[in-house]
Design a binder for this molecule. Sequence first.
Ligand code: C2E
Ligand code: MG
Ligand code: MG
Ligand code: MG
Length: 281
Amino acid sequence: HAKRAGRNTYHFYAEFMNTHSDDSLILRNSLRQALARGEFFLEYQPQIDLLTGRIIGAEALVRWMHPERGRIGPVTFIELAEQCGVIIPLGEWVLQEACRQGAIWHQQGYSLVIAVNLSSVQFKRGNLEHSVVQALSASGLPAHLLELELTESILIENTTGVLNTVQRLKSLGIKLSIDDFGTGYSSLAYLTRLAVDKLKVDQSFVRFMTEVPANAAIIRAIIQMAHSLGLKAIAEGVENDRARQFLLANHCDEAQGYWFSKPVSAQDFVALLEAEEQRDV
Ligand code: C2E
Ligand code: MG
Ligand code: MG
Ligand code: MG
């Protein structure tokens, strides 16, 4: 209970800050122009097949190059973008840009799944299905190479509406995963009715695996549950080889984290792919 109270206090504080501080007002105003000015860019973090050790996917993560402040991470601006509605055009841009890059890699002969994060606001407002169809056709990326990362909060919000949207997205042939799994409140019954492909074990369990003994049990349980439901499991926040070995021993399918690579530019991502090819020959 103490932990829960602490969390709520933090949320209240964070919200208060976002709404009232000068700082966030300045950011909020410049957010509106940032998209037109081309200040957003994507970095890509490799997703690794644990059995082969090879890169099989790339998660696209948005960053903001602010003219005065320099580089700003998504934790600082996504919530603001959601509050002022900019998340709709921003989310569309992320989708288009990630598909464009994925299609280039596909043409170069790399068969990578490109994972894109979605905000719950994109689910509720905005025509998500239309945006996805557009991004795929404009880029030429095959649908099976696009994966959308949903959060548990999306899934608990609006049952029938969400179920329909998820079904329609799935019928386009794309993949779906549930991000930060284990931190939200999605019901297990609900999971089986949703056509998702993968659970992403939240990085907090993985990063603090040795500090919090229960985390190892939670990670194992999520991997086993994913497999019982016919889903894949990927672990985030793999920062050392001990975590990698634990996940491999417990049959986790994929992993992502600083141990393999931080998120990097598209150019540096290609260097990672080329280095891998060099190792193989
Ligand atoms: P996420 O989707 O769970 O992404 C994973 C975050 O963990 C990323 O932070 C990544 O850089 C970081 N990370 C990856 N491996 C490690 C590791 O081994 N150790 C540690 N300590 N951290 C690691 P980032 O890029 O700051 O993104 C934070 C969150 O912002 C994302 O969490 C996602 O929820 C959101 N986000 C990022 N890009 C987008 C986007 O285009 N649209 C939306 N709606 N949300 C986004
Ligand atoms: Mg994600
Ligand atoms: Mg996550
Ligand atoms: Mg997250």
